[in-house]
Design a binder for this molecule. Sequence first.
Ligand code: 5RP
Length: 218
Amino acid sequence: MNQDDLKRSVANAALAYVPEGQVIGVGTGSTANFFIDGLAQMRDRIRGAVASSEASAARLRAHGIELFDLNDLTELSVYVDGADEIDNRLCMIKGGGAALTREKIVAAVARQFVCICDESKLVKTLGKFPLPVEVIPMATAQVTRALTALGGTPKLRAGVITDNGNCIIDVAGLQISDPEAFEAQVNSIVGVVTNGIFAQRPADVLLLATAQGVRTLT
Ligand code: 5RP
């Protein structure tokens, strides 16, 4: 099984969490893309989807799945998305695909967050994957200084503008022992829109693809 086979298997396992007749939240990235492709097979059984990025919206639209504006809904039953790292408390680093802010917003409205990953993403301590931080363009220098003061090595992601018109700074060299506190600390830097730690709203279920099959962690 290669990594794409693992991603496809876990994405297909997540289809069991999709309730009939409802609007669901859909994430971003290569694993989420496999989920979208699987969702297309049951598109007549759901009302539609809220996408966490323009890229996922385009893929959902191409499959004929109706898109909804989050502002027209009060709640989503489920949100399905991948992660760059996840720990055994189901706290995550996300944003490798630069969609972290919209992902965090959609996740906040969902009753259940189902994270879909291959086993390479499961870690003891978050931080090996450089932490993505979405930043207002005029604040990149000031935010870079503040992130350095927190002990990280920040680097502007070259050539990337988010769906919200902002920049991404990736912060390497972190060992995030208290994800909730660090999420709040980074978010309190003026000019930061949000950062890719999902600890205040972790996943509720982790579906983890292994060579032996899909494991479920809660
Ligand atoms: C996008 C994300 C993705 O969920 C994360 O980068 C994982 O992507 P992939 O499934 O391609 O490994 O947070 O912003």
